[in-house]
Design a protein around this ligand. Structure first.
Ligand code: N01
Length: 547
């Protein structure tokens, strides 16, 4: 069935456009937004999705070991009591296949598929000022229109394959983790080279090592990692989650990071060395992202952070048996959690296997890829498969790869030449009626994503509902409000240690030529939510609204 044509949504648009709203992307964001706009506001909506299935990140990232670092009971929608009650997660950290099953279940349960056009990549979007319509063009050359355009394109969906000379001549196979083949990759007995040791690479190494003949891990920047201690959820844990849903929701929606735990209100420097070690050991034994919450000042006070960083470096040295490998893995150049902190299932332990070798790119950088493998300054590594766990052109990348043009034909690329400029991370001046879900300038990747997504979708849906009730047809962020917000975003980052990680994708530092700007809003989800609510209460202060 062709879902791209108008007609299957609710209502008939009165503005001459094909739909009331077009949403780009059918991941967590786009699907919930469709439900809110169509089923609760009665709008006609079309969701355009490049993939051949729903799920966004969880459709594309099928690499070995892919699972979520948020705990399963927090990595789901909370908007529907019935959905919460009928879905039961099987493990503490859900695997990619389980999350994808969940999202497919959501698509069926809320009858979303009839308004989602799959295999439909958006290549361009242009605002037609006279008609007050966004004209959205697909890669196949079809054009659809609607007064509202909402980008739900994900933060980490534009794969970053570094331009290493010679890749085109490589005689083996290569894959990027974020564009993994649906049929999987057989590593059995193969010589595998993995480039990248971020959250993804750290998940993939132990799983690839299980079957590969030999795995070389090419590390440029050493990374911390805390064990996930993943396990099936026990019947008691499942019951506890069922009985505490409201408490969990309350914690997630009122704290700084959207996770189901609070940050302890104590300083790492206010306890004795012995007590500090005891608390870190306790947090290590518990595992997961919660390690960050052991003390309140780990991300604001370098001396406090040093205590956690040194604890974690010592753990690496105690796990990895070969002292030289341990030294390279623990030679970390940034404070703990200033890059997105990975969690793992046997990452450092994998380096104790005979078939895993660490390659230190700081000592000998990659020079080129040859037909046989990877050549560094010191040696050539013959390989059958190269895995690029090299991350993404984060936050701005997924938006800028679409040719988006606002008023007077101005491109988003031009508007963001020196870094993203927007108001509340929701709207860019000069791009009326376009909302960006969980993009730069919002907490997005610093928050548990489903919490950030529900907050954004609810705010956008309430805003559109309010406009319709008042007969308003256009909303646009005021330039001065955006300038103030950009300053606030910078100030929030500068009040933390986050900008200290020189190679962080939060800063755009992983993509050559990308402006170095700290992109997400680091003031915390609770504060951000309060700011957005206040703006709405004050009749959308900072936005220009018109009929
Ligand atoms: O990507 P990354 P990722 N030569 O950018 C290296 C989310 N996520 O896919 O640090 C050599 O973190 C690069 O080195 P350096 C999560 O938010 C979530 O791992 O730039 N190396 C780095 O080691 C995460 O943060 C889950 O020096 C090169 C690595 O590649 C985000 O996705 C699971 C290189 C890239 O690390 C991105 O993580 C997994 C080059 N030319 C991921 N270019 C969940 O559980 C890059 N590298 C939800």
């Amino acid at each position: 069935m062709n879902h791209i044509a108008p007609g299957s949504g609710a209502g008939t648009p009165a503005h001459g456009g094909d739909f009331d709203a077009i949403v780009i992307g059918a991941g967590f964001s786009g699907m919930y937004l469709l439900h809110r706009l169509r089923d609760q506001l009665g709008l006609s909506v079309r969701v355009l999705e490049a993939a051949d299935g729903v799920g966004g990140t969880w459709h594309w990232n099928r690499y070995p070991g892919a699972r979520c670092d948020s705990e399963s009971h927090s990595y789901c929608y909370y908007f529907s009591k019935e959905l919460l009650e009928e879905w039961e997660w099987s493990e503490r950290y859900p695997t990619q296949p389980e999350i994808l099953r969940y999202l497919n279940h959501v698509a069926d349960r809320f009858d979303l598929r009839r308004d989602i056009a799959l295999n439909t990549r958006v290549s361009a979007a242009r605002f037609d000022e006279a008609a007050n319509l966004w004209q959205v063009t697909t890669a196949e050359g079809r054009t659809l229109s609607a007064p509202f355009l909402i980008t739900a394109v994900g933060c980490l969906s534009a794969a970053n394959v570094p331009k290493i000379p010679g890749l085109e001549d490589f005689a083996g196979q290569w894959y990027h983790t974020g564009e993994w083949p649906q049929e999987g990759v057989d590593f059995a007995g193969k010589r595998v080279g993995q480039i990248g040791t971020g959250s993804t690479g750290i998940q993939a190494v132990p799983v690839i090592a299980e079957t590969a003949g030999h795995l070389w891990v090419f590390q440029r920047t050493a990374n911390y990692s805390v064990p996930a201690h993943n396990a099936p959820l026990s019947p008691e844990a499942k019951r506890w989650i069922r009985e505490h849903r409201e408490d969990i929701r309350e914690v997630m929606t009122t704290n700084t990071n959207g996770h189901p735990f609070h940050i302890e209100d104590r300083s790492a420097l206010a306890v004795s060395e012995e007590e500090r070690q005891r608390l870190y050991e306790q947090a290590w034994a518990k595992g997961g992202l919660q390690f960050r919450a052991t003390f309140r000042d780990l991300l604001t006070d370098k001396a406090a952070n040093d205590t956690a960083s040194e604890f974690l470096r010592a753990k690496i040295r105690s796990i990895v048996k070969d002292p030289k490998t341990a030294a390279i893995l623990s030679n970390i150049d940034h404070p703990y959690a200033t890059k997105r902190p990975p969690i793992d299932s046997g990452y450092f332990e994998a380096f104790n296997r005979d078939n895993v070798t660490l390659v230190d790119l700081r000592a000998a950088p990659i020079e080129r890829i040859t037909p046989r493998g990877i050549k560094t300054k010191d040696a050539e590594y013959p390989l059958d498969i190269i895995v690029f766990a090299t991350g993404f052109d984060a936050l701005t990348g997924p938006l800028l790869r679409i040719d988006i043009r606002g008023r007077d034909g101005r491109t988003l690329r031009d508007a963001w030449e020196a870094g993203p400029v927007n108001y509340l991370g929701l709207q860019v001046p000069g791009f009326p009626n376009m909302f960006t879900m969980t993009g730069p300038g919002s907490p997005s990747v610093l928050c548990n994503m489903p919490v950030a997504i529900e907050q954004h979708a609810n705010w956008i849906a309430d805003c559109i509902a309010g406009m319709r009730a008042k007969g308003l047809r256009r909303i646009e962020a005021r330039p001065e409000a955006a300038q103030t917000w950009v300053r606030d975003v910078n100030a929030a980052a500068e009040s933390t240690l986050l900008p200290e990680a020189g190679s962080s994708w939060y800063l755009g530092a992983n993509v050559p030529g990308k402006p170095r700007v700290f992109m997400p809003y680091a003031g915390g989800m609770a504060q951000y939510r309060a700011i957005c609510d206040e703006v709405a209460r004050k009749d959308y202060e900072g936005f220009a609204l018109s009929a």
